[in-house]
Design a protein around this ligand. Structure first.
Ligand code: FPP
Length: 258
């Protein structure tokens, strides 16, 4: 069932070639890290790194559509990012607003459904409104779900889910994994198959900590602004070579494949 990679040498394919794997992850999540270091390496201010990160996001969304990824979750702003200097927070908010102003129509035309996970508490009312409008405007699109984790934290998400479960008066014996899933921001979405982190840090950073329990991780030293279509292709090929066990033995997996 799990088709193996045809090109086992991880030959770098040209951008024009189709992706050489039949096993494309349905749900890819990305920790877009390294904008600041990219800027430093180029002798530029940090905010230029974020601006380049925004440009790259557009390219990666297009590549995901092309490669047949169905859901892309991106970590745009964490609950911990409020600890950054106010000027940088302001720049990140402005970039998100620009994305909403300039990209939503294009995303809509390309069949992309924009969703938001996280909380809008503490976010400027104008930005809240733009986020709601983008989600509403694109809600019937089916080509790719672009799930934007903005003002998101995995622990915060679980705390809010527990609170809602209690508020709804759910009896203790009915609290099961499937029920908790439904109360998370990701609700009806399948768990991420692949979580990519750019810029080499070996940390989860409070991202999809419940949903990522059985995700495959892929970490690359490449900074986010340089993580291009070919880098994504490499990550998808690496994923296609992984054997996902979900706690089972190799023998069990092989017999289920035959
Ligand atoms: C991490 O780089 C990146 C972020 C905190 C923000 C990600 C934002 C973008 C890619 C901009 C466009 C997207 C949206 C939707 C707002 P870092 O600053 O932590 O880099 P460093 O670790 O090298 O300092």
């Amino acid at each position: 069932m799990f088709s193996r990679l045809r090109d086992k040498n991880l030959r770098v394919q040209t951008p024009e070639e189709p992706l050489v794997t039949e096993r494309v992850p349905r749900h890819v999540a990305i920790i877009m890290d390294g904008n600041g270091r990219w800027a430093k390496a180029h002798g530029m201010p940090r905010n230029e790194g974020h601006r380049q990160g925004k440009e790259n996001l557009r390219r990666i969304v297009e590549a995901c559509v092309e490669f047949g990824v169905q859901i892309l979750t991106i970590y745009a702003f964490s609950t911990e990012n409020w600890n950054r200097p106010p000027a940088e927070i302001g720049a990140l908010m402005t970039i998100l607003e620009l994305v909403l102003d300039q990209e939503v129509e294009k995303l809509h035309k390309n069949g992309v459904q924009v969703r938001h996970i996280g909380t809008l508490e503490g976010v400027a009312p104008r930005l809240q409104e733009k986020i709601r409008l983008a989600c509403d405007y694109t809600r019937n699109n089916t080509r790719l779900i672009l799930n934007v984790a903005f003002n998101y934290g995995g622990r915060d998400e679980i705390v809010r889910a527990v609170r809602h479960i209690i508020e709804d008066g759910v009896p203790a014996q009915e609290v099961m994994e499937a029920l908790i899933n439904r109360y998370l921001f990701t609700g009806d979405l399948p768990d991420p198959d692949l979580i990519i982190r750019t810029s080499g840090e070996l940390r989860v950073s409070n991202f999809l900590i419940w949903q990522g329990a059985y995700s495959e991780y892929y970490v690359t030293p490449t900074y986010w602004p340089d993580f291009d279509k070919d880098e994504l292709r490499k990550a998808l090929i690496a994923y296609s070579m992984r054997k996902r066990r979900f706690g089972r033995t190799d023998e069990q997996i092989e017999s289920s494949e035959s």
